[in-house]
Design a protein around this ligand. Structure first.
Ligand code: NAP
Ligand code: GDD
Length: 324
């Protein structure tokens, strides 16, 4: 039975990846950091099938111990301070976790077992102020936030360890991917949760920042499949994972509100608090290399994604739940 370690197990992608690996017959080890309250809501349905281990990307000894004790064949590094807005208020912390954390983990692999296959969660945020449309693997990076800068570091240190130590280290450059398990602070989930609240009479407005930003939004369940496929290749290579389609925040609003027969203009308040010091205006990826070499393609359209998230938030509220 192959064994995989997932860092960031409690996050959106960690939960979908764990489900996928379990379905493929893996023994899954999920790393969680110590917090004062337990928050396993995204993974509680599979918790009894996973070996949950404590560890932190800030603490290299914890990583070495996990690798020595559990001996994984594959490591998926999904842990990060992943919220772009927070990276301006906590730039050093973001660098410690999202950038240097990658070196800590790669170096632990090099020391403990260099045969381990490694997946790095790189990001389309690295393209930032884009110099090419659409963005592909060869497009130069121009990050626009401390988060984007940290991800560029994580990306290049992964390439460097592959080239320096011959590790099977792969970087997936994933464009935005969403789901009902998306964190409530990200714009898609913030919108669908508020649409549900407004529809049910529990709120009467939603406060947002820049409505013109365009993103290539896909479904997280599709994207974790690409992570797994990357580690099954003989040669480690980097891949853009995207839909190839782009929409503005305003288009997301339109799609979500019209689905429940409401007009977004009646509820949206623009609030400077949610504007960013430097914005990424347009992201749209070219996933053709992943299509050709991995046989990967997205299965959920923009409209299906929006509706899936709105439906899920309406149900969550009707059932008396709180967002993840
Ligand atoms: P997420 O929901 O924010 O999950 C992040 C995970 O990282 C959580 O499990 C979090 O644990 C963990 N974590 C944070 N700091 C840590 C630390 N110091 N040590 C150990 N674990 C730590 O993010 P996601 O959307 O699933 O994204 C997964 C990865 O893909 C991230 O690296 C993100 O930057 C990257 N990415 C995401 C997207 C996207 O659109 N979703 C696109 C490209 C790249 P807690 O639960 O304790 O907070
Ligand atoms: N979060 C948020 N909240 N974003 C808003 C808001 C708001 O109220 N109003 C407008 N936006 C705009 C942001 O300015 C940005 O242009 C866009 O909506 C998307 O913001 P997020 O959903 O926060 O995601 P992101 O694109 O910054 O980052 C996500 O995708 C990256 C991949 O490109 C995160 O998942 C990153 O971890 C990931 O790497």
């Amino acid at each position: 039975m192959p064994k995989a370690l997932i860092t960031g197990f409690t996050g959106q992608d960690g939960s979908y990846l764990a489900e996928l690996l379990l379905s493929q017959g893996y023994d899954v080890v999920g790393m969680v950091r110590r917090t004062s309250t337990i928050h396993y809501h995204r993974v509680e349905h599979i918790q009894d099938k996973i070996t949950v281990v404590p560890g932190d990307l800030l603490d290299q000894v914890s990583l070495i111990h996990i690798l020595e004790e559990h001996k994984p064949d594959e490591v998926y590094n999904l842990a990060a301070q992943s919220f772009v807005q927070t990276s301006w208020s906590q730039p050093v912390f973001t660098g410690e976790v999202t950038a240097l954390g990658v070196t800590r983990l790669l170096d632990a692999i090099r020391l403990v077992d260099p045969k381990i296959r490694y997946y790095q969660a790189s990001s389309s945020e690295m393209f930032g102020k884009v110099v090419e449309v659409p963005q592909k693997e060869s497009t130069p990076f121009y990050p626009r936030s401390p988060y984007g800068v940290a991800k560029v570091y994580g990306h290049w240190i992964t390439v460097n360890y592959r080239e320096s130590y011959d590790l099977h280290a792969t970087s997936g450059i994933l464009f935005n991917h969403e789901s009902p398990r998306r964190g409530i602070e990200f714009v898609t989930r913030k919108i669908t949760y508020h649409v549900a609240k407004i529809k049910l009479g529990l709120a009467d407005e939603i406060r947002l920042g820049n409505l013109d930003a365009r993103r290539d939004w896909g479904y997280a369940g599709d994207y974790v499949k690409a992570m797994w496929l990357m580690l099954q290749q003989d040669e480690p290579r980097d891949y853009v994972i995207a839909t190839g389609d782009t929409h503005s925040v305003e288009e997301f609003l339109q799609e979500a509100f019209s689905y429940v027969d409401l007009d977004w203009h009646d509820y949206v308040v623009q609030d400077p608090r949610f504007m960013r010091p430097a914005e990424v205006d347009l992201l749209v990826g070219d996933p053709s290399k992943a299509g050709k070499e991995l046989g990967w393609e997205p299965t959920v359209s923009f409209r299906e994604l929006v509706r899936m998230m709105v439906d899920s938030d309406i149900k969550l509220l009707q059932d008396g739940g709180t967002p993840m």
